[in-house]
Write a protein that binds this ligand. Structure first.
Ligand code: PMV
Length: 345
């Protein structure tokens, strides 16, 4: 009993959304800093919920991780790297028994970035535990701190600690931008971009043949690295202007160029690889044809995988949804399409 009183227990639960990048982060430097700035928006339905329980002991930190109710020891090395990096910010992570339980509201390997929402929700739950134990040790801006901590788990997750449009990475165009944390740019966005639909074509399920971690590494020696960094910076400029003025055509050009460049970089890495499936290309062809034949505001992007995100203003749903259902759904594994949208609030 006396022992139980000494071993204090603290629990916290946090939710975080996934995000989809329009200008892509591809290539790292230092500790999880990006080689170029990126811009994304957070999703509404796709979220991760993480509950963390910490029991204080005198021993060095021990970790247990459960995903959707199942114990997953394979994740422990990644979580140890994260908790080691976070000890400087959250002293409670030095000792004790830490049990982490995560679950997603969206299907696994569906083309929705799960590392972004899972690391952001975990960082948030850790922060809450530190606040329970000793709030005085946290005197910095907690929004920045949260985004920075999430970044140390997975780069893109620093864009999932706040809602809506987020810029991550230093650009001369926005003074407060930083490589260390994401910055909300919702105040710079025209209303049409706050009502975007994101319909995800699940072309192929299953684990990717080459992880994003390896993809980022391959950018270190990539023959087109310098050109890519220049392109991303130029696209940040174009995207910020399009978002501000409500110019969907300019938005669409950046969006598609970034998606194709990301996959072009994969195909031209050494060793080269491709994550696209034949159906991804067929879907892209169908979308281009549909856009040529109809006056429609519609664009697409790809993450590091074969699945397409179709992005369009809510006002276009009447024309876009029947097109997806008739022409694109048959290209998807088990005819699966996930209808999500931006979450700004
Ligand atoms: O955060 P990571 O290491 O999973 O890398 C994400 C990379 C992309 O999803 C392809 C692009 C991005 O900016 O989200």
């Amino acid at each position: 009993m006396a022992n139980q009183q000494k071993n204090k227990k603290s629990t916290a639960t946090a939710l975080a959304p996934s995000n989809i990048a329009i200008v892509k982060y591809w290539g790292k430097k230092g500790v999880q800093e990006p080689v170029n700035p990126s811009i994304s928006f957070t999703l509404s339905e796709a979220q991760t919920k993480t509950t963390v329980q910490h029991i204080s002991t005198k021993e060095n930190l021990k970790l247990e991780f459960y995903f959707q109710g199942d114990k997953k020891p394979a994740f422990i090395p990644k979580l140890e790297t994260l908790t080691n990096r976070l000890k400087a910010y959250l002293p409670f992570l030095n000792k004790g028994l830490l049990t982490i339980e995560s679950s997603n509201t969206f299907p696994h390997s569906s083309g929705i970035a799960s590392s972004a929402s899972s690391m952001a929700s975990m960082a948030h739950a850790f922060l809450e535990i530190q606040k329970n134990i000793d709030p005085d040790c946290l005197d910095t801006d907690q929004n920045k701190l949260l985004s920075e901590m999430a970044r140390l788990g997975s780069g893109s997750s620093c864009r999932s600690t706040m809602k809506g449009w987020v810029l991550w990475g230093k650009t001369a165009l926005i003074e407060q931008s930083s490589n260390r944390y994401g910055l909300s740019i919702n105040d710079h966005v025209h209303p049409i971009f706050n009502e975007l639909e994101d319909s995800i074509l699940v072309i192929r399920k299953g684990v990717k043949a080459v992880s994003s971690t390896v993809g980022h590494q391959l950018m270190d020696q990539h023959p087109y690295a310098a050109g890519r960094i220049e392109q991303a910076n130029s696209n940040i400029n174009k995207l910020l202007k399009a978002l501000q003025t409500g110019d969907f055509n300019a938005f669409s050009q950046v969006c598609e160029e970034e998606a194709m460049s990301l996959h072009g970089l994969m195909m031209s890495s050494s060793p080269s690889y491709t994550l696209l499936a034949p159906e991804s290309i067929r879907a892209i062809e169908q979308i281009k044809k549909f856009k040529e034949q109809n006056q429609v505001q519609l664009t697409f992007t790809l993450d590091a995988g074969p699945n397409l995100h179709l992005i369009y203003p809510k006002s276009q749903s009447k024309i876009v949804v029947p097109f997806i259902e008739t022409h694109l759904k048959p290209l998807c594994e088990n005819q699966e399409v996930i209808y999500d949208r931006i979450a700004v609030k």
